[in-house]
Design a protein around this ligand. Structure first.
Ligand SMILES: Cc1ncc(COP(=O)(O)O)c(C=O)c1O
Length: 395
């Protein structure tokens, strides 16, 4: 097919769409591997564990039992019920299945929430450093992204005073992500309480991205949805990708007031029709079945966290805080004197370690790198040796 005869005219909004550079780095790493180079993958944010056998078995049975057809756009009642119970129990709130929308992965909840609530010219607060799709989607719909920081000196907690200073009459939505990707920061209860207080009398909706809420090493997960005064303004985003090592299954959900849930389901009807049926049945088993694999994975991550944080802190010019949640180490590398992007590129191309530049998560990410510790201790150790060797040679 020739692309030369017809000039491609894209819609203007496409020029405002961003990307998630973890996937670009993965492609580059695979190219290097195809050339025969060995790369240690610390770039991609997915558990390296297999999905638990009981969940896989449930999916096989669902296929055998004919769960191979379209289903309701908002998800099957069985799964919506199971999600409502699980989300409610873990956050100490009552959730009705009519508040739950099942989607292929949790990412669509981000996309749909922003499409459904945000108009051109509105302002949306989002964390910087933060998941790159937030700013991408805010820009895509013609709204103004307003970043707020995750402060390293506070262990990557938020500063509610800073946030209050950024709220305006045009603020329509605020995105909160705890535990945070890429910093591993967890918003503390006092800060969450302050935030809830600050938002109480404002006409602002909140997208609470809680995809890492079961991956916490120290402290607790505090959900904004547990503050009664905010309850009908919170959209919880969560799912199965990280908790149950199910990234490739594409299964996630949003929990929100029923009138908004109906609108989000309408967006599902217009885009995906529904989430894969047999996958949803496996989701019921994931939530209701044995949870040992979730706890075992967390303990394994805890061990790796110690190894990677200690190792990074031994590298000249690196300072790394212990992440409180998720599976990312986010060392400060300013004392190496190298810009983050340059250092990430050099580590991939010259040392064979794939990681992400902090700037992949916003301007405030300059001076940091993100390492996912979803890899074996042996590989993490090897990566640390390579980085140390490279830094010592190139200081
Ligand atoms: C902060 C955050 N939110 C949402 C997602 C998306 O999750 P899913 O793979 O279920 O779409 C990710 C995935 O990396 C993430 O890091």
């Amino acid at each position: 097919m020739s692309t030369e005869t017809h000039k491609l005219r894209l819609a203007e909004c496409m020029s405002r769409l961003g990307t998630e550079s973890a996937f670009d780095v993965l492609v580059r790493a695979r190219e290097l591997e195809a050339e025969g180079k060995e790369v240690i993958h610390l770039e991609i944010g997915e558990p390296d564990f297999p999905t638990a056998a009981n969940i896989v078995e449930a999916a096989k049975q669902a296929l055998d039992n004919g769960w191979t057809h379209y289903g309701p756009p908002a998800g099957f009642p069985e799964l919506r019920q199971a999600v409502a119970e699980d989300v409610g129990r873990r956050r100490g709130i009552s959730v009705d299945p009519s508040e739950v929308v099942i989607t292929p992965g949790a990412k669509p909840i981000m996309f749909y929430t922003i499409l459904a609530l945000v108009e051109p010219g509105d302002e949306v607060l989002y964390p910087d450093p933060g998941f790159p799709i937030y700013a991408s989607m805010i820009n895509f719909v013609g709204a103004t992204p307003v970043p707020y920081s995750m402060v390293e000196d506070r262990g990557f907690d938020i500063d509610v005073n800073e946030i209050v200073g950024k709220l305006s009459s045009r603020t329509r939505l605020m995105i909160v992500n705890s535990p945070n990707n890429p910093t591993g920061g967890v918003i503390s209860r006092p800060q969450m309480e302050n935030l809830a207080g600050a938002l109480k009398d404002r006409d602002v909706m909140v997208l609470a991205d809680e995809i890492y809420s079961r991956l916490i090493y120290t402290g607790e997960h505090v959900s904004l949805a547990a503050f009664p005064q905010l309850r009908d303004r919170i959209i919880i985003l969560d799912g199965f990708s990280k908790t149950y090592a199910m990234t490739g299954w594409r299964l996630g959900y949003g929990v929100m007031r029923p009138d908004l849930a109906q609108q989000i389901a309408q967006l599902m009807t217009n885009s995906n029709s529904c989430t894969a049926s047999f996958t949803q049945m496996a989701g019921v088993e994931a939530l209701r079945g044995d949870q040992t694999s979730v706890a075992a994975m967390l303990e394994e991550f805890r061990g790796r966290r110690a190894v990677i944080v200690d190792g990074l802190n031994r590298i000249p010019g690196f300072h790394c805080r212990k992440p409180l949640g998720a599976f990312y180490a986010f060392p400060n590398i300013t004392e190496t004197g190298k810009p983050s992007h340059e250092l990430a590129d050099a580590l991939l191309n010259q040392a064979g370690v794939a990681c992400l530049s902090g700037t992949a998560f916003g301007e405030q990410g300059e001076g940091y790198l993100r390492f996912s510790f979803a890899n074996s201790i042996q590989n993490i150790q090897k990566a640390l040796d390579r980085i140390e060797g490279w830094i010592k040679k190139n200081r």
